[in-house]
Design a binder for this molecule. Structure first.
Ligand SMILES: [Zn+2]
Length: 109
């Protein structure tokens, strides 16, 4: 069973969590300008990446907090994604890695 690392509770079995979706799925800047087809695409069509994927999860049967992780869709290896501004100056290298991940996946908002 997959172990998901909750930032509050630590590693827990995946059945305690709900997968919310890909992190950084941007909202349309002008929703009134979208056609029905574009709305359908926005609401229902998602990438199905092979490899590292930035995802949002909810600790449904725990602390009820949502958080972002990077999960490799091939190996299920999970790495936490630091929240911007939460790292101290002595952790600047890992913050740079986070920026690289975010750049590869697009803007995370
Ligand atoms: Zn938790």
């Amino acid at each position: 069973m997959l172990q998901v690392p909750c930032p509050c509770c630590g590693p827990r079995d995946e059945n305690e969590f709900a997968y919310i979706g890909a992190a950084g799925h941007a909202q349309p800047t002008d929703p009134d300008a979208l056609s029905d087809t574009e709305w359908t695409d926005h609401l229902y069509l998602r990438d199905n990446p092979r490899g590292p994927h930035i995802e949002r999860w909810l600790h449904r049967f725990g602390c009820r907090r949502s958080f972002v992780i990077q999960r490799d869709t091939l190996t299920h290896a999970i790495e936490p994604v630091p929240v911007a501004g939460s790292l101290g100056p002595d952790q600047s290298d890992s913050a740079g890695a986070s920026d690289e991940r975010r750049g590869a996946e697009g803007a995370i908002k």
